[in-house]
Design a protein around this ligand. Structure first.
Ligand code: ATP
Ligand code: MG
Length: 437
């Protein structure tokens, strides 16, 4: 063996003969041995030098002698076979050396003697790197799991938020209006029925009086008839039925409107179906204009009977939120327009207002949940973010153009979706401040 070369190798070499005596140790091996063993190890039985490890080593060496095959021991199963020290190259900190061991058979060609050559590789750095990586992977897995839990929680919170927002805006608005209208409707209907009865009684009294005069005071009958003529009793008799019927029809129409408003707000969640856009737009404006009276409203839909496949509740919710913002932007007087047009690939919905407009610095933030410029308690700052996610759900785009003091144009572009479309993919909404206003 070329000993000086073997002393330069970064591998520990220990040669053991068939009697399990140490016959050679290279510099790497010697240097890392405890100092008290270093001087005496050579020529000693392996059992004397490494009594604690001998059982394991003998078993392995024996198998090498018998089978004439190398034997390998990986650090993960047995990290510290020999009690060697290893210093970390970066920190200089001394730790127990983590080792890979290989025992290879060796036959001296001159003496024909059999040897087992124990090779020790210092894998402390790799092992600590591997351990750190495993720890990191474990940590990442835990963090990933925590994130997934958080996302699920956020998803749930978002749908609750959407639900809450729906209740807060459309639902509340419609419920408020329905309540406001239903109250007077109740007493007007009741009073009308009573008045009908009273009028009937009065007419019957007139008739009875006439008969009484005819039989008991015929000389005054003419005066009575003149009085009736002057007070248009005959006309009242003729007209009253029609007037009462008209009033009742009017009341029926009002209650029909109330139920339309209710049905507008009470769409089943997550149900997709065809919506008549003209009808929806008119209902919506009717709803908004009862609450926000300052603006003038204009609605147009081309073609008039345009049917649109959508998730009706969230679609109406988005339109309602955008229209409410437009109506709220008008401080004294102004115009709110809702314009719906069929396009080649879908539909373009424009909501235009001549209101206060949005400051350029705010324009980037309007989609942020809870961003609001409304006075305390007047806005939750959810309208646009809810509209945004509803439009995303319909694979659409939402573009805002606004100029402070001039007004705002919101354009919603929606592609035509089919009943069998996958409605989960999204396109993003964006803001694009424009100079055109
Ligand atoms: N058409 C518009 N004109 C002027 N400002 C608008 C318009 N639309 C939105 N904004 C601005 O964007 C902000 C956010 O709107 P968003 O609808 O998300 O919340 P909000 O209206 O403040 O409250 P909420 O809709 O929850 O009642 C508003 O506070 C307002 O400053
Ligand atoms: Mg709003």
């Amino acid at each position: 063996m070329n000993e000086p070369l073997l002393d330069k190798l970064p591998v520990g070499i220990c040669l053991v003969n068939e009697s399990y005596e140490i016959v050679y140790l290279n510099a790497f091996f010697l240097d890392r041995m405890p100092s008290d063993l270093r001087e005496v190890a050579l020529g000693k039985p392996l059992a004397d030098v490494f009594p604690e490890q001998i059982k394991f080593l003998k078993r392995r060496i024996k198998s090498v002698f018998v089978l004439k095959h190398p034997s390998f021991s990986y650090w993960e199963q047995r990290p510290h076979i020999f009690p060697f020290k290893s210093s970390r190259p970066i920190t200089g900190e001394e730790t127990q050396m983590v080792q890979n061991m290989e025992i290879v058979p060796h036959k001296d060609s001159e003496t024909q003697q059999q040897y087992a050559c124990i090779l020790i590789q210092d894998v402390t750095a790799q092992a600590s790197y591997f351990k750190a990586q495993t720890q990191l992977a474990e940590q990442l897995k835990e963090e990933h799991e925590a994130q997934r839990k958080l996302i699920r929680k956020l998803d749930r919170a978002q749908s609750q938020l959407i639900q809450a927002e729906k209740m807060a805006s459309t639902g509340q608005l419609a419920a408020g209006i329905a309540h406001e209208i239903n109250n007077p409707m109740g007493f007007v209907t009741a009073n009308l029925n009573t008045l009908e009865q009273y009028a009937q009684n009065l007419l019957e009294t007139c008739e009875a009086t006439k008969k009484l005069f005819a039989s008991h005071a015929p000389e005054r009958l003419e005066d009575l008839e003149a009085l009736f003529e002057a007070t248009h009793v005959e006309l009242i008799e003729e007209d009253m039925g029609a007037l009462l019927q008209e009033s009742k029809d009017g009341l029926d129409r009002v209650s029909e409107i109330v139920s339309t408003l209710r049905s507008f707000a009470e769409e089943p969640q997550h149900a997709w179906s065809y919506l008549n856009l003209q009808e929806t737009a008119s209902q919506l404006v009717q709803l908004i204009s009862t609450q926000f009276k300052k603006p003038k409203y204009k609605v147009s839909c081309q073609p008039e009977q345009l049917k649109w496949y959508c998730e009706t509740a969230s679609f109406k919710q988005a339109l309602t939120n955008l229209m409410m913002n437009a109506a709220q932007s008008i401080e004294d007087s102004g115009l709110v327009m809702l314009d719906i047009k069929q396009t080649q690939s879908g539909v373009a919905i424009k909501i235009v207002d001549t209101g206060c407009g949005i400051k350029e610095t705010n324009l980037k933030r309007v989609f942020e949940p809870f961003f609001t410029t409304r006075p305390e308690g007047k806005g939750q700052g959810l309208g646009l973010s809810v509209a945004y996610s509803a439009i995303e759900k319909h694979k659409g785009k939402l573009v805002i153009n606004s100029r402070e003091g001039k007004g705002t144009v919101i354009e919603v572009r929606l592609p035509r979706l089919q009943e069998d479309d996958d409605t989960t993919a999204n396109e993003s909404a964006s803001t694009a401040p424009s100079e055109s206003l």
